[in-house]
Design a binder for this molecule. Structure first.
Ligand code: HXC
Length: 257
């Protein structure tokens, strides 16, 4: 497929998506979002891909929704031809997604990172929800996912003031799992992704689905769901293989069945 605003590739069992609108710091316009959703669904449908890495450039993961594309729209336009619908599809892929963030992850860029499962940050990363400064509020999940990630009070400060936080603060707050030197970001993301991609794919899907339930349901419901999913995994060859490998003191050879 020919994309104009992203680059894609696969290395081993890892699918890579690189946001690529250098002229606009990877601002999310309708083309980029459509391409992102398309590429992610293609990786998701491919059993040879066990993990996706999403990254941007050294300067920006994404500086937000494209302000120039949005500026003149009416409220009806935003409701009827929402340019960002693809982000919902992207947020629902079963394959784990590692966001490798260098530079700006602002507004829709921060929200895009928060649809991923793991956020690794370069020491150059800056996160924020500056929408309030533009006369709007976050519209791609920021008011919901940020408080769940960093707690209500820190999220409220960020959303109400539009202040950016650096990588170290984002790690302390729990948004970012690890900060690495910028030069090592992609290699570290690849290591994490390869580790995940070496596991049994149906088990990885199950783990992600159960983790996601924690964001959406009560603990009691989530625990019931986890117990059912856990039991169901004993129907897989890979459960037998994983446990046999432990007993035989060797590493597992998963067949994704
Ligand atoms: C459109 C953008 C853009 C954006 C940057 N550019 N961010 N274009 N939408 N979100 C463009 C600039 O206009 C400029 O184009 C080029 O990219 C380089 O940016 P500069 O501003 O010159 O770079 P710099 O001085 O280094 O400043 C970087 C920055 C600043 C601090 C990140 O660009 C910035 O504040 N951007 C906007 C951040 C923001 O408010 N994001 C939230 C968007 S609202 P030219 O042609 O001049 O070279 C949002 C809502 C989501 O995300 C909800 C939707 C439903």
């Amino acid at each position: 497929t020919e994309y104009t605003s992203i680059l894609t590739s696969t290395r081993g069992r890892v699918g890579w998506i690189t946001l690529h609108r250098p002229e606009a710091l990877n601002a999310l316009n309708s083309t980029l979002v459509d391409e992102l959703a398309h590429a992610a669904s293609a990786f998701d449908a491919d059993d040879a891909v066990g993990c996706i890495v999403l990254t941007g450039s050294e300067k920006a993961f994404a500086a937000g929704a494209d302000i120039k594309e949005m500026e003149g729209k009416s409220s009806r336009d935003m409701a009827m031809q929402n340019p960002f619908v693809g982000l919902e599809a992207f947020s629902r892929v079963r394959t784990p997604v590692v966001a490798a963030v260098a530079g700006y992850a602002l507004g829709g860029g921060c929200e895009l990172a928060m649809t991923c499962d793991i956020i690794l940050a370069a020491d150059t990363a800056r996160f924020g929800q500056p929408e309030i400064t533009l006369g709007v509020i976050p519209g791609l999940g920021g008011t919901q996912r940020l408080p769940r990630a960093v707690g209500y009070y820190k999220a409220a400060e960020l959303v109400l003031t539009g202040r950016m936080m650096d990588a170290a603060e984002a790690e302390r707050a729990g948004l970012v799992s690890r900060v690495v030197p910028a030069a090592d970001l992609l290699a570290e993301a690849e290591k994490v992704a390869e580790t995940i991609a070496a596991k049994s794919l149906p088990v990885v899907y199950a783990a992600k689905e159960a983790l996601r339930a924690s964001l959406e349901t009560t603990a009691a419901e989530g625990l019931r769901f986890e117990k059912q999913v856990f039991s169901s995994l004993f129907a897989l060859d890979d459960q037998k293989e994983g446990m046999a490998a432990f007993r035989e003191k060797r590493s597992a050879n998963f067949t994704h069945r």
